[in-house]
Design a protein around this ligand. Structure first.
Ligand code: HEC
Length: 108
């Protein structure tokens, strides 16, 4: 029993260390994958908006109108939704949303 719990602690320490080391590079990849899976159907693979998304009122992520908004404003829209944009609070972690905002910045 004692032996087992020591192993559990060691494994979880190791895992959190690995996650910490990988998270900076993994975050960018995760954000791209999350974007593709959850956002691209409305916002388009390049952020310019899909036919359906533009009809619903989505704006071109590469445009100055979107890029001039602060990280806090973009985070709030993704978290709380806006118009026909669904809210992602509870569906995505704050860190995922932060990653998506950073990803949107790369599209300009
Ligand atoms: C069902 C379609 C749909 C999905 C899925 C969707 N959005 Fe949106 N999104 C919209 C619409 C429509 C707007 C415009 C809202 C408005 O201004 O009324 C919007 C607005 C935004 C904005 C503000 C800039 C703009 O275009 O007005 C951001 C940032 C954004 N979405 C990010 C995301 C992210 C990140 C995801 C994936 C986690 C996502 N959206 C998923 C439809 C969608």
């Amino acid at each position: 029993m004692k032996h087992l719990s020591v192993r559990v602690v060691l494994v979880s320490l190791l895992a959190s260390g690995v996650i910490a080391i990988c998270s900076s590079t993994a975050m960018a990849q995760d954000a791209a994958a999350t974007y593709k899976a959850k956002c691209a159907m409305c916002h388009g693979p390049d952020g310019k908006g899909s036919t359906m998304g533009v009809k619903m009122g989505a704006h071109d992520f590469t445009s100055a109108d979107v890029q001039k908004q602060s990280d806090a404003q973009l985070t709030a829209i993704i978290t709380n939704g806006k118009g026909k944009m669904p809210a992602y609070s509870g569906k995505l972690k704050d860190s995922d949303i932060a990653g998506l905002v950073a990803y949107i910045r790369t599209l300009k």
